[in-house]
Design a protein around this ligand. Sequence first.
Ligand code: GDP
Length: 301
Amino acid sequence: EKFKGGLEKTRTSFSTKMNNLVKNYRKVDEDFFEELEELLISADVGVATVMDLIDVLKDEARTRNIKDTKELQSVISEKLAELLHKSEEDGSLNVQEDGLSVFLFVGVNGVGKTTTIGKLAHKFKQEGKKVVLAAGDTFRAGAIEQLDVWGERAGVDVIKHQAGSDPAAVVFDAVQSAKSRQADILLCDTAGRLQNKVNLMNELEKVKRVIQREVPSGPHEVILVLDATTGQNAMSQAKQFGQSTDVSGIALTKLDGTAKGGIVLAIRHELDIPVKLVGLGEQIDDLHEFDADTFVYGLFS
Ligand code: GDP
């Protein structure tokens, strides 16, 4: 229910437009497909994804001899779900059964990285896991304090150094602390400045190497945080980060703040990175693991 509530804007916009389309165009023909194409693109679904989807739908309409748009409407959700289901099991977070799991969070400033870490810490804590946070964004003024606030809210420890210090050293300390506390999960924040991309990517690599050295099976996730309200901008950030870091999953935030939630489909379909988490609000329990069926159902119900 909370999930549905968070998708309210997208759902209302999407289903209203879809119902109107089906009402206005009763026959499945070129005109209908053209309008459907426009509708999906306006919802930020992404041109390449829309083209693929329309092709699939045309095929389906032909082979199943579907002439009525109302009948095709149910096929649309089915096919959307299929597009999202590219690979079934990689949607869940890679948590080790034994020992420490280390997750690294990357993404540009303001996308909701700190918030997502705080929410996820809470989620794991609720599951009875021991969680430690690493304040690896030593660059942005206020980032350390902000993570501290989230740590307090979630009731977990935050390992931090002074502003301006080496993020790799913070993460090194955090790994040692996590190990000595026998923690289950270590969530590492990182800087998100884009002014100097090369430096940032080098910094992320260095942090990653520290994790790999101290926890050989890690990092178990490198989560790229993207802001859904920035639409195609989020797509290009994903491509940029994807090129320089091995991103294992995406956390898509602020889906509650946009009517263009179709961006999830674009990201899921056009990038080879699974969406693992979605942010649907500013509160501590507004983070959900992404489930394709729930999402598509949420859009069409
Ligand atoms: P960071 O710079 O990437 O660490 O971003 P922050 O975590 O500081 O978040 C930036 C702003 O986005 C804050 O005001 C958050 O409350 C807000 N925010 C983060 N996630 C969500 C979300 O899922 N929904 C909404 N509505 N706001 C969010």
